[in-house]
Design a protein. Structure first.
Length: 160
């Protein structure tokens, strides 16, 4: 493999190549939600990982207790992975921000504790529910704005 071919392979695998695993995860999640709905899980609950895994493992194992144990294990491992990744990434962001701002570096553990404390505080105060409503409203405004842009380009521009 030539040097140019190796570069293009690495480029596609590191950038646009991430679309393929993302697509596979979307398809797997869609299949699990469909499977949950087919097993009479209410539609509003069918996208919850616990419901999807419980139905999937219920089809794999004959014992409901084993299916529940595997579901709990999958959910716990997933949550630990997500939370550790977010805490670590947040500590890097805080560390970079404050080291550039103050030209001092007290250590990554300080920022890790700081980041986790902020996350717990926001969760306990219920800020995420408020953000959910605000972002829902914002999405409607953004869609309306895009609609206005499209109308301007498609209707007004040809009319002069």
């Amino acid at each position: 493999m030539g040097r140019s071919m190796a570069w293009w392979t690495a480029y596609l695998a590191a950038g646009p190549g991430w679309i393929i695993p993302g697509l596979l995860k979307l398809l797997a999640g869609s299949f699990l939600a469909y499977l949950a709905i087919r097993h009479l899980v209410p539609v509003d609950k069918a996208t919850e990982p616990t419901q999807m895994y419980l139905v999937a493992f219920g089809n794999v194992f004959s014992s409901p207790q084993v299916a529940l144990a595997f579901t709990c294990t999958f959910v716990i491992i997933s949550q630990i992975k997500i939370n550790v990744t977010n805490a670590y990434a947040g500590s890097i962001a805080w560390s970079n921000f404050f080291s550039r701002l103050t030209h001092s570096h007290p250590g990554r553990v300080v920022w890790l504790v700081f980041n986790v404390a902020i996350a717990l505080l926001l969760m306990e105060l219920g800020v995420f529910k408020a953000l959910e409503h605000i972002l829902g409203l914002y999405s409607l405004v953004a869609v309306a704005w895009v609609g206005a842009l499209v109308a301007d380009l498609v209707v007004n521009k040809p009319l002069g």
